[in-house]
Every structure is written in C-alpha cells, then in structure tokens.
Ligand binder design. Sequence first.
Ligand SMILES: [Zn+2]
Length: 220
Amino acid sequence: MFLRIFLFASFFLSLYSAPKKIIASAYESKTYKRPTIVLDAGHGGLDRGAKIKYPYVEEKKLTLSLTLLAKKELEKLGYKVILTRSKDYFIPLKKRVDYANSLDAEMFISIHFNSCPNNEAHGIEIYYHNSQENKQKAKSSKNLAQSTLSQICKKSNAKSRGVKNGRFVVIKDTKMPAILIEAGFLTNPQERDNIRKQIYLEKISYGIAQGIENFIKKFV
Ligand SMILES: [Zn+2]
C-alpha cells in the first residue's frame, strides 16, 4: 500500500517538475555550453589611445563602442560576457590581466584600433602571444585569432593584414586563450570614416561573435 502511494505521488511529482526540466535543458543548451568571455575595451580615462585631430576621434571611445556591440552579439548567441570596463575608466594593464585570471573565463579578447605614420595603411590584424612556456594556450590563441580575423574581414570587407605574434601584456600574462584585435586604422581617412559609423562597427562586432562561434565549434 505504501509503495502504491509512493509511486502515485512520484508520478504526480514528475508531472509537476516536467516543465521546469524542459526550461532547464533549453537554458543549458543556450548558455551553459558556451564559455565565458572577457572583452577588454582598450585604453580609457586619461589614456585616450590613438587620437586624430580632424575629424576628432579618440581610440578609447571607439574601442568601448565596439566592445559593447560585440557583447550584445555574443550574448545573442548565448555567451556570458564580462567586461574589463563598461565606461570611460582608466584601468592599468596588470589590473585587466589579474581580473581576467581571477574569473573562470575561457577566452580573453582585447579590442583596439590601429594608427600609423603612413596614412595609406589599412585593414585588420590580430595578435596572439606565441608562448613557449604554454604551447597549448599559444595554439588555441592562434586558432582563435585566425577564425576571428577571417570572419571580421568577411563581414566588413576590410583587408586582412594577418595574424601576428605580439607580446602585449594583456595577451601575454592572461592564462586563457587571448587575442588582441586591431580593428582598423584611425590614420587612414577612408577606414576612419567607416569606423566612425555605427553600421560598420556592427559588422565588425558580428564578425567577432561569428569568429568566436566558429572557433568553439571547430576546436573546443
Ligand atoms: Zn590601442
């Protein structure tokens, strides 16, 4: 008798919990399987980054705009995104690294814009650190850089300047796969005009999100 009551009760309990289970599994497939990503908007506060006098542009503002757009795109795909800065703050490089390393994040993406005395230079380049001490990180970072570069160039029609080895603190001292995107030259008049338009930054942000998504599908 007790067994019957028990079975009866558990049958109703299982019915009651079914919708919750369905919601949980949908949530899981959308968010839990996607890793946490740290997006790092380059410069900020007193550190303005590259500056152009006319028309006046500051790298620190554009890096934040692009970072916020990339966050939105990645969240649409179900990623959890953490920012090193969400406003116009100065944050020392070491603090950015320590913050990223303290999180359970699986990727670090630093966003910058380029400048060059030769104003004809244009296009996108992405840096990773070819670490000899951590070859696994170096390999993953290089794959992530290649995947992201190809998608950014595809979506924005910008020229690819390739994946390069760099020793920037934020990609060298972070523990997880890390890249630094130079998303175009502010010193090139044509590219600067593009970068100042929201629609162009949206294309780049879409490329960043799609590049990360392709990397995850292929290598993780
Ligand atoms: Zn920069």
